[in-house]
Ligand binder design. Structure first.
Ligand code: RIB
Ligand code: CA
Length: 313
């Protein structure tokens, strides 16, 4: 079977980096058509640079990297250096990239790719704020029906928020963009904190990364060593939560995950709950079901898959 065509939209971010590496290590299943960077964890100049650093680490400078939107659609940018460090990729010592950044805007790449590929053959994989995706839909509404599926990391319900008491970072940064995506009618799979907080890099799992004895394994171990401290301090977690790699793992082995097809609405008005994903998990309303909201995973199976794929790089 031909590999599935995907566009990764991302704000690296250590966990984004691991998600990208996992995808690059799976060419039989996934064809990465391009990577579009968005402002999020750190400003756009850094997210586009970090995306190129990761591609060079994987030896995949053939994959084009595009800079997308440098700010949310209607709000000032909120970043997360407190989690990811000032570079966004603190932890490993990796060389500055030498591969070029594409001149084309990331939003234009998304639009042009969806228009040129056969309808229903490209999956969008947002790992950060949804600004690029929503801007592409607003700019070119004709592409919405051409999207095969959206598999995104974002939101939270039972796990509540990580950037405010109510909201998860990716949705909080650009709630208007998230509302556009969740109202699009596209087949959406959501990997929220409810599941990503169960994908924790415990000590033995981190040791397994290092035991690969490869530059990628070492870099991933150093990344997760660095960005676990925020979650350990806040939640008492037993290691860094691998948020974004849950997207890649879902694409590779959806059977590792479980969830429900439900209605999910985005709070865009109340300052108190701005960016909250109001997930009708118990089917209380008759609002249209618009997303598959994932609540659980086989964590050991996830890490076995991740470690095996990283070992291929
Ligand atoms: O809330 C976690 C999400 O926000 C992850 O995608 C992380 O990389 C940050 O973008
Ligand atoms: Ca991210």
């Amino acid at each position: 079977m031909a590999p599935r065509k995907i566009i990764i939209d991302t704000d690296p971010g250590q966990d984004d980096a691991v998600a990208i590496l996992m995808a690059l290590a799976s060419p039989d299943e996934l064809e990465v058509l391009g990577i579009t960077a968005v402002a999020g964890n750190v400003p756009l100049p850094l997210t586009q640079k970090n995306a190129r650093i990761v591609l060079e680490l994987a030896g995949r400078t053939d994959i084009p990297v595009f800079a997308g939107c440098d700010a949310p659609m209607k709000r000032p940018l909120v970043t997360a250096e407190h989690v990811h460090g000032k570079t966004g990729l603190d932890g490993p010592s990796l060389p500055d990239p030498t591969m070029p950044l594409q001149d084309k805007h990331g939003v234009d790449f998304i639009i042009e790719t969806l228009r040129s590929e056969p309808p229903g053959t490209v999956t969008l994989c947002p790992l950060g704020p949804l600004t690029n995706i929503a801007t592409a839909f607003a700019t070119a509404p004709d592409i919405v029906d051409r999207v095969q599926q959206i598999v995104l990391m974002g939101g939270a319900y039972f796990e509540v928020g990580n950037i405010t008491p109510a909201a998860e970072f990716n949705i909080y940064v650009d709630p208007e963009a998230a509302a556009i995506v969740f109202e699009s009618g596209i087949d959406i799979v959501v990997l929220p904190l409810d599941v990503t907080h169960k994908a924790l890099v415990t000590g033995p799992r981190n040791i397994a990364f290092r035991a690969l004895g490869t530059p990628a394994g070492e870099a991933v171990a150093a990344m997760t060593d660095f960005f676990e401290r925020f979650d350990k301090e806040k939640y008492g977690s037993d290691g860094a939560p691998l948020h974004d790699p849950c997207v890649t793992a879902y694409l590779l082995k959806p059977e590792l995950f479980s969830g429900r097809h439900i209605n999910v609405e985005i709070e865009t008005v109340s300052e108190l709950t701005l960016g909250m994903t109001v997930a009708d998990w118990w089917g209380i309303t008759d609002r249209a079901k618009n997303a598959t909201f994932i609540g659980d995973l086989d964590a050991d199976g996830f890490f076995a898959l991740l470690t095996e794929r990283l070992g291929r790089l």
